[in-house]
Design a protein around this ligand. Structure first.
Ligand code: AN7
Length: 355
């Protein structure tokens, strides 16, 4: 059976044997995972590679965060928590708020004020989380959240929480199942560096279980103005249009660097211009609408190909981590404007076909 045939089955059930679940673990789910892996024909031809994208924006709250959050929330309930908290650039807060609502837990989120995409803010609010916006960035928010969770009975569901990575590693299993084996290369955006660490765990566990044979080269991409792993130091004032990865001090940085080095891949940065060019190209040439930070994986692939990092025909998977609808402001500002016309046929015909 293909993974798409299993959409709707709780992720925890599909990969139970690979997850630290017990009989006491409740299954909190909205049918996350089992996302499509889609070949990009035009880009494959252009780059002389076999390029696929994993559409993680098709998860229930529109990002890969649901994979880890369903499991972190299930474990929080198992451990008797009644409240959860996270710091977030947006997607984690949306996922935490949704799964907390489903589990009957209260949820608080701390976000960088004015710096999260509109759709993500709407989600956190409508799911009923208490939303605090700090006058600072994600790293400030995480520092505060860590202290709150140490001093109060509130479970931390950031990717410091090991269950988040356990859930997220299942995306690597799905990639192997869809392709019949691991790809040659995985290109992925890096913010807090949890997801790349989770994929590496997943590829290794699947291979060790005999379910795949190879391991991909792990290539992580950060935004140039927010690239602590590329620079080898904390970035105190990270800045990028890709607000989801506007993180200057990644919690899983060391683990991610080990994965990239060990696998023969590496970390690099892409400029906001490169990110936005890939973002527009994906939508207008391939019909794939992801959020800007997700497009950094494809921007990075294009940059790496220009630098001769691949052999012709290699199979590459780019992870498109979040749905384009999350950030309507960027989509509109990156597109041609609408043409306003009076409500009559002739005006429409003239606008489309000229005089
Ligand atoms: C679309 O929501 O950190 O390297 O607080 O939303 O695992 O951090 C989001 C991160 C990539 C980076 N793409 O993943 C948050 C948050 C999207 C994201 C990343 C994020 P990590």
């Amino acid at each position: 059976m293909t993974s798409s045939a299993l959409r709707g089955t709780p992720l925890i059930e599909r990969y139970r044997e690979f997850l630290p679940v017990t009989d006491a673990t409740p299954v909190i789910s909205m049918g996350e995972g089992a996302t499509p892996l889609v070949r990009l024909d035009a880009l494959s031809e252009c780059l002389e590679l076999d390029v696929h994208v994993k559409l993680e924006g098709l998860n229930p709250t529109g990002s890969f965060k649901d994979r880890g959050m369903c499991f972190a929330m299930s474990k929080a309930v198992e451990e008797g928590a009644t409240a959860v908290i996270c710091a977030s650039t947006g997607n984690t807060s949306a996922a935490a708020a949704a799964y907390a609502a489903r589990a009957g837990l209260t949820c608080a989120v701390i976000i960088p004020g004015g710096k999260i995409a509109l759709g993500k803010l709407a989600q956190a609010l409508i799911y009923g989380a208490k939303v605090l916006a700090v006058d600072g960035n994600f790293d400030d928010a995480l520092r505060i959240v860590r202290e709150l969770s140490e001093k109060h009975p509130i479970a931390l569901v950031n990717s410091l929480n090991p269950f988040r990575l356990e859930g997220q590693k299942t995306a690597a299993f799905e990639v192997c199942d869809a392709l019949g084996d691991a790809p040659d290369v995985l290109c992925i955006p890096v913010g807090n560096a949890g997801n790349i660490s989770a994929y590496w765990m997943g590829f290794n566990e699947y291979r060790d279980a005999g379910r795949s044979t190879g391991l991909p080269r792990m290539m992580g991409f950060q935004a140039e103005g927010s690239a602590p792993l590329v620079r080898g130091e904390v970035v105190t004032a990270p800045e990028t249009v890709a607000t989801a990865i506007r993180i200057g001090n990644p919690v899983r940085g060391e683990q991610a660097m080990a994965a990239m080095t060990e696998s023969g891949g590496g970390v690099d940065s892409v400029t906001d211009e490169e990110i936005l060019a890939a973002y527009r190209m994906l939508a207008s040439s391939e019909g794939v609408f992801c959020e800007p930070s997700s497009a950094s994986s494809v921007a990075g692939l294009i940059k790496a190909q220009a630098a001769g990092r691949f052999t012709k025909g290699e199979r590459v998977v780019c992870v498109l981590t979040g749905n384009g609808l999350k950030d309507p402001d960027t989509a509109i500002s990156q597109s041609g404007g609408v043409v306003e016309i009076p409500a009559d046929y002739a005006a429409a015909e003239k606008a489309l076909y000229g005089d």
